[in-house]
Design a protein around this ligand. Structure first.
Ligand code: GLA
Length: 462
C-alpha cells in the first residue's frame, strides 16, 4: 500500500515538466588516463582516452603520488588531443600524471593517476676513497681498524691483500684460529691456516687479534665426545690454551679467551660442555691458563678479552657479562671486553651501545668492537640495496664509529669489521641467525666497490 502510493506520487511529480526548458548538455566526462609510452631517460608520452565534447585537457605531472607539488610547467598544462610529450625529466625517477577534461569554464574531476619511471640510472656520487686506517692513524687518539679474514684471502697481490694493506691495521681470523680447526686430537694440531694468518699480520705490520680460545660452537669432535673424567677434560682444555697461546706469544697481541659464555634468555651462564664438565669457574680457569702461558713464554703484554653479542639490547645478558668481567678483574685476569656488534640499521640505538660500552670504560678496560656488521634486510623486505636503506646503513656505521672514536685513549683498542664483501658475509640466509634473505652488511659490495657504509665509517672519524 505504501509502495503503491510512492510510485503514483513519483509518476505525477515527473509529469510536471512542461518540455519548454532548454535541454541541459550532458555532464562533462572524466578522462581515463592510460599508460605512458616512448619512455626515455628524460621524457615520456602521457596518454588518455578522449571524452566526448571536451574542448581541451589539463595535465598535472608530479614526483609525488599525492600530487602535492607539480613539476614546473606541468601544473594544469593545457593540451588539445589525447597525448602529450612530457620533457625535461631526470633519469630513473618515478613520475605520476593525471588529466582533467575542460569545456568552457567547466572542468571534470581528475582521471586515474599513472605511474611512470624514466629509464637510465641515477648518476652516482663517488664515495670518499680515503683509506680507513690512514684516517684512523691520523687521529689524536688512534686505534686499530680491523677486518675478519680467511687464510685463502691472504695471497700477495689478491684484491683482498691490496684492500687489507691499504685500509686495515688489524686482523681477526674469521674461523681458522678457533679450537675445531686447530685441535685435531689431544695434543695434536693443524697450524697451517692459523700460522699463515699470524705470519701475514706480523710480516706486514698488521695487528693480530686471536679469536677465540674457548667457544661452545667450535668444539672439535674428539673433545665433544671426550670419555675421560671431568678433571681430564679440564686438563685437555688447559693444554690446548697453553699450547696455542705459547705458539703465538709475542705474535698475537690479544686473545678472546672465552666467547659467548652467557645465554640469551635469563642472563645465566650458557649451558655448554665447558660449564657442564668444568663448573662455573671455567671462565676464570681459562683466563688464568692463558695468562700463565703468555707469561711463561715471556709475553707479559698479551691482552685478554671476554667477547659476546647482543649485550647492548639484552640487559640481563649485559648484567651477567659485567658480573663475569668483575670477577675476572678481581683476579687481575682481564684486559678488555669484545662487543661483537652484529647489528641492524635499526638496532641497537646509540644510547644502548654507549651505556653498554661505558660500563667497561669506567672499569678502565680496553674496548674491542670485535665483529661489526650492519644488516639492512633482517625483515626480508627489500630485494636489492635501496638508496634509503643504503643511507640508513651509512648513518649507523657513522654512529658506531663515532661512539668508538669518542672513547678515552686508554680504552681504545680496535674496531673490527666482520668481513670484506657483502656477498661473502656470514649473514645472508643464515638459519642460526634466523636471517631469511639476502643482505648487504659490510663496507664493500661484491665487486669490492666502496659502499656508502665506508664513507659513513670515514665520517665517524671526523
Ligand atoms: C660469532 C663468533 C664469530 C663468528 C660469527 C659468525 O659471532 O664469535 O667467530 O663465528 O659468530 O661468523
Amino acid at each position: 500500500m505504501g509502495i503503491a502510493f510512492f510510485l503514483v506520487f513519483t509518476l505525477l511529480s515527473c509529469s510536471k515538466d512542461d518540455g519548454n526548458s532548454p535541454e541541459p548538455s550532458a555532464k562533462l566526462g572524466i578522462p581515463f588516463a592510460s599508460t605512458a609510452s616512448n619512455i626515455t631517460d628524460t621524457s615520456f608520452q602521457a596518454n588518455w582516452v578522449l571524452v566526448p565534447e571536451a574542448e581541451s585537457y589539463l595535465i598535472d605531472v608530479s614526483t609525488s603520488s599525492s600530487f602535492s607539488m607539480m613539476l614546473t610547467g606541468y601544473e594544469a598544462f593545457v593540451v588539445q588531443g589525447n597525448t602529450v610529450s612530457v620533457i625535461g625529466l631526470s633519469p630513473a625517477i618515478n613520475y605520476y600524471y593525471r588529466v582533467r577534461a575542460k569545456r568552457g569554464a567547466e572542468i571534470s574531476s581528475n582521471s586515474n593517476a599513472i605511474t611512470v619511471i624514466t629509464t637510465g640510472v641515477i648518476p652516482e656520487e663517488p664515495e670518499d676513497p680515503t683509506f680507513l686506517k690512514v684516517k684512523a692513524n691520523a687521529l689524536a687518539n688512534p686505534f686499530f681498524v680491523g677486518v675478519a679474514v680467511k687464510s685463502n684471502q691472504l695471497t700477495e697481490g689478491s684484491s683482498y691483500d691490496t684492500v687489507l694493506k691499504n685500509e686495515f691495521s688489524s686482523i681477526t681470523a674469521e674461523y681458522e684460529m678457533k679450537m675445531n680447526p686447530i685441535s685435531t686430537g689431544s695434543g695434536s694440531y693443524n697450524w697451517v691456516a692459523a700460522d699463515k694468518i699470524v705470519k701475514y699480520g706480523n710480516d706486514n705490520g698488521i695487528n693480530v687479534h686471536g679469536h677465540a680460545l674457548v667457544w661452545h660452537n667450535a668444539v672439535p669432535n674428539w673433545l665433544a665426545n671426550f670419555s675421560g673424567t671431568d678433571a681430564e677434560f679440564a686438563l685437555e682444555v688447559k693444554k690446548y690454551i697453553t699450547d696455542v697461546v705459547t705458539r703465538y706469544a709475542g705474535k698475537v697481541k690479544s686473545w678472546d679467551v672465552v666467547n659467548e659464555a652467557v645465554n640469551d634468555n635469563d642472563g645465566g651462564l650458557r649451558n655448554t660442555i665447558f660449564l657442564q664438565k668444568m663448573g662455573p669457574n671455567y671462565i676464570k680457569d681459562c683466563f688464568q691458563w692463558a695468562r700463565d702461558a703468555a707469561n711463561a713464554a715471556g709475553d707479559t703484554n698479551l691482552l685478554l678479552f671476554y667477547n659476546d653479542y647482543a649485550t647492548s639490547t639484552n640487559i640481563n645478558k649485559q648484567n651477567k657479562v659485567y658480573t663475569i668481567v668483575d670477577d675476572l678483574m678481581a683476579n687481575n685476569l682481564i684486559d678488555g671486553v669484545g662487543f661483537q656488534m652484529h647489528n641492524t640499521y635499526l638496532s641497537p640505538t646509540k644510547i644502548q651501545m654507549e651505556t653498554d660500552i661505558n660500563r667497561a670504560v669506567v672499569k678502565g678496560l680496553k674496548i674491542h668492537v670485535s665483529e661489526l656488521d650492519i644488516q639492512v634486510n633482517q625483515n626480508n623486505d627489500i630485494t636489492y640495496l635501496t638508496e634509503e636503506r643504503n643511507l640508513a646503513q651509512k648513518a649507523k656505521y657513522l654512529e658506531i664509529v663515532k661512539i668508538y672514536n669518542a672513547l678515552p685513549a686508554a680504552n681504545k683498542y680496535a674496531l673490527t669489521v666482520w668481513g670484506f664483501k657483502d656477498n661473502e658475509s656470514w649473514i645472508p640466509y643464515n638459519t642460526d641467525l634466523n636471517h631469511p634473505g639476502n643482505d648487504w652488511p659490510l663496507l664493500y659490495d661484491k665487486d669490492f666497490k666502496l659502499k656508502s657504509a665506508h664513507t659513513g665509517f670515514l665520517e665517524g672519524l671526523n
